[in-house]
Ligand binder design. Structure first.
Ligand code: PMP
Length: 294
């Protein structure tokens, strides 16, 4: 992720990653009490562009607001600093990771101050071009009555690592987690869309992270005249669907080949997901106008 020349942004300064220090007596390290984002920049034919930068930094602020972490930065300024960070590291295509973490404090009180760091590195599509073998995880997504599931908090990713690790140990590429009521929720780091009879279905907000890619897919579907239904989805419905895909900043749009022992028969390239995969790529690379997205 970094080498001796890598520069990060830390509390209003650009510093060498290797020289940057943090306090070991902090709530973020001990209790997972920190908020973060995952953003991508793409080398378009115009210039390097951070895709949906504002939406990501706004979600970072919302995560902090929901959980009592002070957020005292200007979003436009952070976007500008992130572009500068990419320049300083000579990155054209990049994955960008802002993290807001808390001042030294070992008690369980909300903090008075916080720090921000932003780092970036080159990171190809998380799963590449393959279609995934997915299993329904024995781990559930955290109950939204216990935490703010719509906030992207570091501590939530213990659940994500457990689910993903369990899936990989069983020979799958990725896990799909259910919510506390047993309906489909999301993957450890992606949302899901399911195709059935020419329409798309996706879990309604409430038990999932409101993905920025999910919102982008819904926007693309409006343009492409594809109906999207947001609702509670059962595992039966998923097993009897025509196709399905994950979407997220890191994974982009990636097709699902099997769920548990159910194989989706139609070819991926004939699915609505494949059309959206192309449209999404074109959109992030600014290859076409929004009106003629495919
Ligand atoms: N769900 C979870 C749990 C995630 O970690 C992510 C990745 N941030 C997503 C969904 C997809 O969100 P986005 O499209 O904003 O990257």
């Amino acid at each position: 992720y970094y080498n001796s020349n890598t520069v990060i942004y830390l509390d209003d300064e650009f510093v060498k990653a290797r020289d940057a220090k943090t306090d070991l007596y902090g709530q973020s390290l001990h209790y997972g009490y920190a908020a973060f984002e995952g953003i991508r920049a793409y080398k378009t034919h115009n210039a390097t562009r951070i895709f949906k930068a504002r939406e990501h930094f706004e979600r970072l602020k919302r995560s902090c607001d929901l959980t009592g972490i002070p957020f005292n930065w200007d979003i436009n300024d952070l976007i500008g600093k992130t572009y500068r960070l990419l320049e300083l590291n000579n990155l054209k295509d990049a994955y960008i990771r802002p993290l807001v973490f808390c001042e030294p404090n070992m008690s369980l009180t909300t903090p008075k101050a916080s720090n921000i760091m932003i780092c970036a590195w080159e990171w190809g599509s998380y799963f590449g071009d393959k279609q995934l073998k997915v299993c329904i995880s024995p781990y559930e997504r955290p109950n939204p009555k216990s935490i703010h599931i719509e906030a992207k908090m570091s501590g939530h990713y213990v659940n994500a690592i457990l689910a993903s690790g369990d899936a990989k140990n069983k020979g799958f590429d990725e896990a799909l987690l259910l919510d506390a009521k047993g309906f489909i929720a999301e993957a450890p780091s992606a949302n899901i869309f399911i195709e059935k009879n020419g329409k798309l279905y996706t879990p309604a907000l409430g038990n999932i992270l409101p993905g920025i890619t999910r919102a982008t897919i819904i926007e693309l579907c409006k343009i492409l005249d594809i109906e999207v239904i947001e609702k509670q989805i059962s595992t039966d419905f998923l097993h009897n669907a025509d196709s399905a895909f994950f979407c997220g900043t890191a994974v982009e749009v990636v097709g699902i080949h099997t769920i548990d022992d159910v194989v989706y028969r139609p070819r991926w390239r004939d699915s609505i997901g494949a059309t959206l995969q192309r449209a999404y790529k074109n959109l992030v690379l600014e290859k076409v106008n929004y009106e003629v997205i495919i």
